[in-house]
Write a protein that binds this ligand. Structure first.
Ligand SMILES: C[S@@+](CC[C@H](N)C(=O)[O-])C[C@H]1O[C@@H](n2cnc3c(N)ncnc32)[C@H](O)[C@@H]1O
Length: 476
């Protein structure tokens, strides 16, 4: 069985030839998908089409919003179906386990999670090489992922904030133990030994993490060819937080499995102009969650949350879960955090009396509000002061990392101290070539620096918000 076509690329070569090969693979994939009934013009029959796209969608590149993605090939109306992917084209546990020997082996390992089994199914298909039913799909999958489980120590430490470092370390150790748990099964199903490696597991589990879509009959989800080319946009409040939109039209789901059609259907969640990127909302995520599961962060993310350490005395005053005590990207404390601080800043003996007023979001008194705002501003400054770099230093570092894209060799002179530490962590010296491995690590490191930059920006916004509130209150 020859699977070198696949492994030749996990190291992520980047060259002109590689780009041409990628185009060819994409073309083969889109034709394969058309043959299986994947279509971007569900109302028109297009048998024997050379591509499943071209009518409503085209594959395009969006360097600042997800890289490869889907663009509207014509004007799309809100609510319109722009893509249909039949069940037979989807890679699900059910489809792969039609292989009786694999199904028999999997049955013996009922302690494994459904996601672990899906990862094994994916690797089993990769192991079939060109004989896999999904070979053209597998060939065009991303070879490198930047999800947290892929983060090496230097990249993790660059997150700087304890909770983020802890999340990253936990993600790394989770993927390692999941891999160890499936080794016996992988041996039993006779997978090619190259697919047993931690590196292969890491790739396959990141594929499952970043690409799976929800299906009602399997909590592992499914891989949905072509549909998974769509990049992500955070939910817009009016679309996702209420049952109905402001204009009373029903709330839209952008991708859903339709049982009657036995297909995954994708709907335009707004009107799109020709050439505009079609974005899907995979769910509501903070930037740390996006980084953990999808390997990117959003500069503007209404669902982002910055957490600051709160003492046990404060937590005890809160009837809400600790996940609700956060600061929004605009710097405002969440409703739960603000209410908790208001009650905490109230003398103990009066807390019970004011409880109802506080929990309904009311301001207790000017003094109480000033105390809360002063405390929060100081706390935020303390959080910022103990971090190794400032917001401004991170901004300059991001500029320097951005310039690295244009460099081919290592230059120490005049470099940011952390940039020099990055080169040293990779054992590089002045004048050395920047290998693909180093460039891949640079992408993850840059994501870590972007994440911490946005965290600090939120905390700084909170300081400004609190100071402004104090000013407003004192002028009353
Ligand atoms: C479902 S895939 C989308 C297609 C993907 N760009 C590709 O080339 O296969 C999800 C992945 O796309 C990238 N992505 C999606 N939305 C993004 C966004 N708004 N910004 C940056 N990267 C994004 C992330 O790497 C994510 O893990």
């Amino acid at each position: 069985m020859n699977i070198s076509f696949f492994f030749g690329e996990i190291d992520g070569r980047r060259s002109e030839t590689r780009m041409e090969e990628d185009d060819e693979k994409l073309e083969t994939f889109l034709q394969w998908a058309a043959n299986l009934g994947v279509t971007d013009s569900p109302s028109v029959s297009r048998k024997q089409a050379a591509s499943c796209l071209g009518e409503s969608l085209v594959v395009s590149c969006f360097p600042d919003a997800g890289g490869r993605g889907l663009a509207a090939a014509r004007e799309l109306k809100r609510g319109e179906v722009f893509l249909r992917v039949p069940k037979a084209a989807m890679l699900t546990r059910e489809n792969v386990l039609e292989d009786p020997s694999l199904a028999l082996a999997v049955k013996k390992y009922c302690q494994l999670s459904s996601a672990q089994i899906l990862v094994v199914c994916l690797l089993a298909e990769v192991g079939k090489g060109r004989n896999s039913r999904w070979a053209p799909y597998l060939m065009q999958l991303p070879r490198i992922y930047n999800t947290l489980p892929n983060f090496a120590q230097f990249e993790t430490q660059a997150l700087q904030v304890d909770i983020a470092i802890w999340t990253s370390e936990k993600a790394v150790s989770k993927v390692q133990s999941e891999w160890k748990e499936v080794l016996l099964l992988m041996q039993e199903v006779g997978l090619n030994p190259r697919l047993f490696t931690f590196k292969s597991w890491l790739w396959a589990s990141a594929t499952v993490s970043t690409l799976t879509m929800h299906i009602p009959w399997d909590d592992a989800g499914c891989l949905c060819p072509v549909g998974d080319l769509a990049n992500y946009a955070a939910p817009e409040d009016e679309l996702h937080s209420t049952e109905e939109n402001v204009d009373n039209s029903p709330k839209l789901t952008d991708g859903i499995y339709e049982k009657e059609l036995a297909a995954y259907c994708f709907y335009a969640r707004k009107n799109y102009r020709k050439g505009e990127q079609i974005l899907l909302c995979y769910g509501t995520y903070t930037n740390l969650e996006l980084l953990e599961h999808y390997g990117f962060v959003l500069d503007t993310n209404p669902s982002d949350k910055a957490f600051i350490p709160l003492g046990a005395d404060i937590q005890l005053c809160s009837p809400w879960a600790s996940e609700t005590l956060y600061i929004q990207q605009d710097g405002k404390p969440s409703f739960a955090l603000l209410s908790t601080l208001r009650i905490w800043a109230t003398p103990r003996k009066l807390r019970k009396t004011h409880q109802h007023q506080t929990y309904s979001g009311e301001l207790l008194s000017v003094e109480n509000e000033m105390a809360v705002m002063n405390w929060l501003a100081k706390k935020c400054l303390d959080v910022l002061n103990i971090l190794p770099t400032t917001l401004e230093e991170d901004r300059l570092l991001l500029q320097a990392i951005g310039k690295l894209r244009l460099e081919k060799t290592v230059v120490f002179k005049g470099g940011e101290p952390e940039l020099i530490r990055f080169f040293q962590a990779h054992g590089l010296q002045e004048g050395d070539q920047l290998t693909n491995k180093v460039l891949a690590s640079k992408e993850r490191w840059e994501l870590a620096v972007r994440w911490r930059y946005m965290y600090k920006r939120t905390i700084s916004n909170c300081v400004s918000h609190c100071n402004q509130k104090v000013l407003d209150l004192s002028s009353k």
